[in-house]
Design a protein around this ligand. Structure first.
Ligand code: BDP
Length: 663
């Protein structure tokens, strides 16, 4: 057990009664159109069913029930058990998964309107079996809430390194492609499909910064390599996208400009798009980081972001491709939080139809806690994509367990117009992207428990209303088995891990107190512009009245709530306000004492994780037990380092000692 299989571990169902039930319902034939039998879903069934059903399972077992797969026309069993309206209702990617009786025998139906829907229905059936769920009366009708569901890899093609990658190098061996396609890539594609992701960007958004060479993916040398990757992804219903450099016409091509208003530049992109679609007919499109952190963009030519994006959109449109244009744009001089809104809000309605504006969940940069980006809800005439970071750049990397399911759920379910209104943040987007934490380490993520984040992202992308606790519990049962002590212990660690990390690093929304390079160690002294600590108080004033104005960009009720100290949620107090150290919180404690307390509490919880884990000795395999044990013990030590550094620093700045005196 080394974690390589992800949550796709197919093990014998230990409960004999349950196993017999499975054989009754789906131990027989797979009745499906020939095209299905050549596809990925069939392969997955062939891999999983014998493993879960065991020896008693025989294909074509005369007494066992069959699995019927396809649309309503594929087989009378499907037409009889699935209503036309029901199937139409699940759209292009959804599915109906149900059991019933056909010709006097139990039967399982996987019905959908597309190959992708069938694939998702198949993975849904397998998940039910892996979790030991009953097949009696099973009737799932499911469809995605978001149309475009992306994995964004930040891998650097030439160097094999990963921007903010931890635990290993890139899984893409561009030198070996297209001749040699590592079998690992097929498992990667399976994993993406099992999460029901339907699109992937394979390279870093930084394509030229500091000598990076991601821009090369547009050169003729790389097109066959991309085509090979698309070939791996295609059977799994995943579209290939790449990040491109806005100056490609002059870096890849030989023009002396990249001005979107120049006819030669437009022609260059059109030709390039045609060249790509010739070898990859179902190519997805481009992700672009422009005029941001050294990546070039249209502003150099005094053109807007919309003009830049639309030029690329025009080149891709005839082929059905999309542009994802990132809104992570800021000028390092002032407070960055209001800047994206100021730049992009005036462009609402100016983007071409096949452009999505890709917005990070918050205005800073994937912090452990931030308010949501004010662009959500503010761009009604623009398609938005929300970008989360699965790789834990600011949340412990591959050294700390920090399960982000709850944070993402809070963002997606954020009531934009207040709790009494049904509008949720996710209603404003039809696309979602997660910056991947996948690398070439044997367990894919470095820290095995970080796979829970990969998994949670997929579940929430499909349905943002899914409960994070349910996701955590499913992930644990799929990954470690169903022993109740195992499930309870690991779920409790996952659930407490985000609050713990927030406590010992950055409570009350104070923000980035980490070092400027790797973003893993505490470095409060170098972050004066973040915490704004002086002799009297700390926190950043982002009010409309007296601060940088971020609060003022929200619509009501949030604008007023964040603006006023008395109504600002305490978890974001220091994000929006500069307060005296002695400011009293609702429970009567001073904010500085509460700040120390939370660091102390965070460390205590991190230490407790190592204790909780001990209960699993012998309940799970040694290899994974030891791996996580070591990680948790390192985490406890590092949490202590954070506590000491931060509390010491603020004791000195404020002159107020920690009365709780953490140990
Ligand atoms: C920050 C990372 C940086 C990325 C940048 C981005 O520190 O490595 O390139 O965001 O999203 O989180 O473009």
């Amino acid at each position: 057990e080394d974690g390589y299989e992800f949550w796709l571990r197919y093990r014998l169902e230990a409960d004999t009664a349950r196993r017999n039930e499975y054989i009754q319902y789906c131990g027989g034939e797979v009745v499906a159109p020939e095209s299905f039998k050549a596809g990925a879903a069939y392969l997955e069934l062939k891999r999983a069913l014998p493993a879960i059903l065991g020896k008693a399972f025989q294909a074509n077992n005369a007494k066992a029930g069959s699995i019927y797969v396809g649309g309503r026309n594929a087989h009378p069993a499907i037409a009889s058990l699935v209503g036309a309206g029901e199937l139409a209702g699940v759209g292009e990617e959804g599915f109906v998964l149900r059991t019933g009786a056909w010709e006097g025998r139990p039967a399982t139906i996987i019905a959908a309107n597309s190959t992708r829907g069938i694939l998702y229905g198949t993975f849904a059936l397998l998940r039910t079996l892996q979790l030991g769920g009953s097949l009696q009366g099973l009737h799932v009708v499911d469809a995605p809430k978001m149309r475009h569901r992306f994995a964004n890899h930040w891998d650097n093609p030439v160097r094999g390194s990963i921007e903010r990658g931890y635990g290993g190098k890139s899984i893409f061996d561009w030198n070996a492609l297209p001749k040699k396609v590592d079998s690992r890539l097929n498992d990667w594609a399976r994993m993406l499909a099992s999460m029901r992701l339907n699109a992937v960007v394979v390279n870093n958004v930084n394509t030229a910064k500091n000598g990076l060479e991601g821009w090369r993916l547009l050169t003729p040398e790389f097109l066959p390599k991309l085509a090979a990757l698309a070939g791996v992804l295609r059977p799994y219903g995943v579209k290939l996208y790449i990040s491109v450099n806005f100056f490609s016409p002059s870096i890849v091509g030989s023009l002396d400009t990249a001005d979107p208003a120049d006819a030669r530049v437009r022609a260059w992109w059109k030709n390039k798009a045609a060249e790509i679609y010739k070898v990859i007919p179902d190519f997805g499109g481009f992700l672009v980081k422009a005029d941001s952190e050294g990546e070039p963009g249209p502003l150099k030519y005094k053109r807007t972001h919309a003009e830049g994006a639309n030029m690329l959109a025009e080149a891709l449109a005839p082929h059905g491709g999309y542009v994802y244009w990132r809104a992570f744009v800021y000028n390092a001089k002032g407070d960055r939080t209001p800047q994206a809104y100021n730049q992009f809000k005036p462009l609402d309605g100016k983007f071409a139809k096949n452009v999505f504006l890709q917005v990070k969940n918050g205005p800073v940069d994937f912090q452990v806690r931030e308010p949501i980006s004010t662009l959500f809800g503010a761009m009604p005439r623009t398609d938005l994509a929300v970008e989360f970071q699965i790789t834990q750049e600011y949340t412990g990397q591959d050294r700390h367990v920090c399960f982000l399911g709850q944070m993402w759920s809070d963002v997606l379910r954020f009531p934009l117009k207040g709790e009494k209104n049904d509008a949720r943040m996710w209603n404003t987007t039809d696309a979602i992207a997660g910056v991947m934490n996948i690398n070439d380490s044997r367990n894919w993520t470095g820290h095995l428990l970080a796979q829970a984040n990969t998994y949670a992202f997929g579940r929430l992308a499909w349905n943002p209303e899914t409960s994070p606790d349910e996701i955590a519990s499913d992930w644990v049962r799929l990954t470690f088995g169903r022993d109740p002590v195992v499930v309870k212990t690991i779920v409790s660690i996952l659930r407490d891990s985000w609050p713990a990390y927030e406590n010992y690093t950055s409570p009350f929304g104070i923000g980035m107190l980490c070092d400027r390079g790797k973003h893993i160690d505490p470095a409060p002294a170098s972050r004066g512009s973040v915490h704004r600590a002086d002799a009297k108080g700390f926190g950043t004033n982002r009010t409309a009245a007296k601060g940088s104005g971020y609060a003022g960009q929200f619509s009501e009720p949030w604008r007023s709530r964040y603006e006023k100290l008395g109504t600002c949620p305490e978890e974001l107090l220091l994000f929006f306000h500069h307060v005296p150290y002695t400011h009293k919180l609702k429970n009567g404690t001073t904010v500085i004492q509460a700040f120390y307390d939370r660091h102390n509490e965070g460390v205590a919880t991190a230490r407790d994780f190592t204790e909780r884990w001990k209960a699993l000795n012998k309940l799970i395999d040694k290899e994974r037990y030891e791996h996580v044990r070591k990680k948790l013990s390192e985490q406890a030590g590092h949490a202590e380092k954070w506590r000491q550094s931060i509390n010491d620093y603020f004791e000195k700045r404020s002159g107020i000692p920690d009365a709780g005196g953490g140990s």
